[in-house]
Design a protein. Structure first.
Length: 559
């Protein structure tokens, strides 16, 4: 018997015996809560035995028996009352601990977000997705689910969600399709690097969501609380339930600003900025224009992150501006990267190293930002160089561009759709879920080993649309995704190293080398990024126009 901690005040466990009480007291427990009825098994000690041993050891004990599979709403209320009355920490037990974990989950439904409840119980080894609908309903059994039903439900109306909706509707105009997303505004996030470099006006990177939802697609303006893939259901905040025949999951990822201690409190002031937020990218340009001397730090967290080149893009554009103004020699530029290489695809590294030398940038690998003190203008990094003792390094700054750690959204990480790392678990070629064959995923939230970029989503959308259409027609998937992603590395104002690659770092250029050689800085690539890609995004990709991204066919690959 090993207790599993859910909170500081509660742990749960399988059946205990009177002989376990002394050890439980030694572990610091002050009360025992029994959720298993006497007589469930022949070898089961009675609550009276447990209570006697507990009281003899100076622990309180309470009996709240629950029949397996029959946790009532009133039982959860009684559990909450017991937890208020008993001195903590409390050990609750039943046959396996599941009933106790369920009671806690339902009792917390009104006071904690559902993803926090699911995450806490999952960490303790208990899957509460089976009662997610009740948790979403404030711990009460829903009496009227008010289900809506669609042929296809798409979770997330970002670049991937709107694009796949458009591509699917072009293939199957008669489908009933719903897009679920609570956001009012849709952002062209690849443009924020250019905003931070003084090239784009930030307002051009935002449009109202309603203006972009494809005609004929139903927009459900709500957040997702949980998934019930066994019931083909998506649970929304407030316990509304949307049923589907097929599901496409593309909610993007979560920027986890809180993982860096002190960062949230100082963002947007004290010289602390990030191009990863719409409201902060203009501040980056303000800082670049105002800096005449001092230290500028650019950080990169552990992978995976959205657009792995973005931390460097901000750095190169800033350095170029300082060079143009004649102050570059007065600025100490530090690139603090949690990883061990400048860029993950070696073919593009020589060109980037040339710019590192040109701008006099100091590269510090295996440096991960862990805390920041804005008013003091200091940043602390955890340094984990291989074969060396880990250490902390604190350095001062005049400007720091922070890229936050990034994880899958909370409601994805705790769901049955996720792999062990929290990402949607898909086949990397068909983008179909490995367990649930009527679910697909694209974009940043899924676990295929590709770069997380808008260009990747542009390639993935027609693949998913085609494979969903094939499934509707009763056919095996005919489209495959080769891992394509693109990262236009803005190495100076007017030139870009256009990195285009697929699985395993294979180069996948879109243009002949005499047009754009992606391994070298190019004016043509800059024009592509500045002039062509924004209208391709707004007027092509989001409208399902599959320019230069027709899905590769399985049959063509086989031949």
């Amino acid at each position: 018997m090993t207790p599993k901690k859910i909170t500081e005040e509660l742990s749960v466990s399988p059946q205990i015996t009177a002989a376990d009480i002394a050890e439980l007291k030694a572990q610091g427990f002050r009360a025992i809560l029994c959720n298993r009825p006497d007589g469930e098994a022949a070898d089961q000690p009675t609550f009276e035995e447990i209570e006697a041993a507990a009281r003899a050891a100076g622990l309180e004990a309470r009996y709240l028996p629950i029949v397996a599979g029959m946790v009532r709403d009133s039982d959860a209320e009684d559990f909450a009352t017991a937890m208020r009355d008993l001195p903590g920490p409390v050990l609750a037990y039943c046959r396996t601990g599941t009933r106790s974990a369920t009671l806690w989950s339902l009792s917390q439904a009104k006071s904690r977000p559902i993803h926090d409840i699911l995450a806490a119980t999952k960490a303790a080894g208990y899957d509460m997705n089976g009662v997610a609908r009740r948790i979403a309903n404030g711990g009460k059994t829903p009496t009227d689910t008010g289900d809506a039903r669609f042929d296809v439900v798409i979770v997330g109306a970002g670049a991937g969600g709107i694009s796949v909706a458009s591509s699917l509707r072009n293939r199957k105009p008669d489908l009933s399709i719903a897009l679920i997303d609570p956001a009012d505004i849709h952002y062209y996030q690849p443009g924020w690097t250019m905003v931070g470099g003084g090239v784009f006006d930030v307002a051009t990177t935002a449009r109202t969501m309603g203006s972009l939802i494809p005609q004929g697609v139903h927009w459900i303006k709500s957040a997702v609380a949980a998934f019930e893939p066994a019931n083909n259901a998506v649970i929304l905040d407030g316990c509304r339930v949307v049923k589907y025949d097929r599901l496409i999951v593309t909610p993007g990822l979560k920027l986890d600003w809180h993982k860096v201690d002190g960062l949230v409190e100082t963002l947007g002031r004290n010289g602390v900025t990030s191009n990863y937020r719409y409201d902060l990218a203009p501040y980056t340009w303000d800082l670049v224009q105002g800096l005449k001397s001092g230290r500028a730090i650019f950080t990169q967290p552990p992978m995976p992150i959205k657009c792995a080149g973005a931390p460097q893009k901000a750095m190169y554009l800033s350095a170029d501006e300082w060079q143009r103004r004649g102050v570059l020699s007065q600025i100490d530029i530090q690139f603090n990267n949690a990883g061990g290489v400048l860029f993950g695809v070696k073919d593009y590294v020589p060109a980037l190293e040339g710019y590192v030398q040109k701008y006099g940038i100091h590269t510090n690998f295996f440096h991960n930002l862990v805390s920041i003190d804005g008013p003091a203008k200091t940043a602390t990094f955890s340094v984990n160089t291989p074969n060396e003792t880990p250490r902390l390094v604190t350095t001062d700054f005049d400007m720091i561009h922070v890229v936050p750690p990034q994880v899958a959204p909370d409601f994805i990480r705790v769901s049955p759709l996720a792999d062990a790392a929290g990402w949607v678990d898909v086949d990397q070629s068909t983008l179909r879920h490995k367990t649930f064959d009527n679910i697909w995923s694209l974009g940043d939230a899924m676990n295929a080993p590709n770069a997380k970029t808008a260009a990747a989503a542009r390639m993935q959308a027609p693949v998913v649309a085609q494979n969903v259409a094939d499934d509707i027609d009763g056919k095996s998937p005919t489209a495959i995704y080769n891992g394509y992603g693109s990262c236009p590395l803005t190495v100076e104002r007017g030139k870009i190293v256009l990195a285009e690659f697929g699985y395993g770092g294979a180069l996948l250029p879109s243009f002949p080398r005499f047009v754009i050689d992606g391994t070298k800085p190019s004016r043509a690539a800059w024009l592509l990024k500045e002039k062509l890609l924004p209208p391709v995004y707004w007027k092509g990709m989001l409208r399902g126009k599959e320019w230069m991204v027709k899905p590769e066919k399985v049959s063509a690959k086989a031949s």
